[in-house]
Design a protein. Structure first.
Length: 291
């Protein structure tokens, strides 16, 4: 049972479904529509290229995933709002599939007109906000008050959450990040420990310990989330035993390569065989559990 508007997902353990009827598609798929972005954040993992997915190919992949049991798609990039047909794409998914639609954005292109155009087609928005005030501005090179103004438009689209890349600078801002996010109407705070990319180091063990302490002490109303790869030692729900790895999540990058995550280096190019065929190939490369 899945309600894409609320995100409610209910598993009935009492009903036995033969393994032959199990979904072969991942529960959630993220798609990098393009690598283009007008920000130059040092910690960004997206390649700095002009790669962009063809609109018709995206529709074909989504139709296949929808028909085989995928519950949701998350659009990213790069900056997805710079994709030429972004609004049309969201409308199509909402109208022609049962998939929930989310996207991750820096937020600075969302004005009243775009927010109105996306309302009713998007189920959740994730806004990247690495720190507050001068911390945010030194990392993102954009005005923090301007972001807060954009959040007023974003909250009219759907429920939204805030993403924070955690490093030695943003950890110190987490208390204020949570307050600002709550005041702006966010429902979720996604914590993303920094990964190594292009000379930027991974989060240090010391900072990771500090993050664990912060999570343990947090008493606010926001739902706290963390990516699966960094979940060890954090008080989050364990993944379902039979829905981990590629059964839980997969990523399609802006070059049309299927990967286990947006950070992964190993992938399988999508061709005429479609997503599920590429899934089987990738699972064989990664191992039986697809991790």
């Amino acid at each position: 049972m899945f309600n894409r508007s609320s995100g409610l997902n209910v598993l009935f353990d009492e009903i036995h479904i033969p393994a032959s009827h199990h979904s072969r598609a991942p529960r959630q798929v993220s798609i990098a529509l393009a690598n283009r972005c007008d920000l130059t954040c040092a910690h960004c993992y997206a390649p700095k290229s002009r790669d962009q997915l063809p609109f018709d190919a995206i529709l074909q992949w989504l139709a296949e995933l929808d028909s085989h049991g995928t519950l949701g798609v998350g659009f990213g990039g790069g900056e997805p709002t710079l994709y030429p047909e972004f609004e049309r794409l969201c409308h199509h998914v909402a109208r022609e599939t049962q998939l929930s639609v989310s996207f991750t954005t820096h937020g600075h292109h969302i004005d009243g007109a775009l927010a109105e155009g996306l309302h009713g087609s998007v189920n959740f928005v994730r806004v990247s906000m690495d720190g507050v005030g001068t911390t945010y501005e030194s990392i993102r090179r954009r005005s923090f008050p301007a972001l807060l103004a954009r959040l007023k438009h974003i909250r009219t689209i759907s429920d939204f959450g805030v993403n924070v890349v955690i490093n030695e600078r943003t950890l110190l801002d987490l208390d204020e990040v949570a307050i600002v996010a709550e005041d702006a109407g966010a429902s979720e705070l996604l914590l993303l420990p920094q990964v190594p990319v292009r000379g930027v180091p991974a989060i240090s063990p010391y900072i990771l310990c500090g993050l664990r302490r912060w999570v343990a002490s947090y008493k606010g109303p926001l739902k706290l989330c963390i990516n699966e790869g960094s979940a060890d030692g954090f008080p989050i729900c364990d993944p379902l035993a039979d829905e981990s790895g590629l059964l839980a999540y997969a990523h399609i990058d802006a070059m049309g390569v299927l990967k286990s995550s947006s950070y992964a280096e190993t992938g399988v190019p999508l061709d005429e065989g479609g997503v599920l065929q590429a899934m089987e190939q990738l699972a064989n490369v990664l191992g039986e559990d697809g991790k």
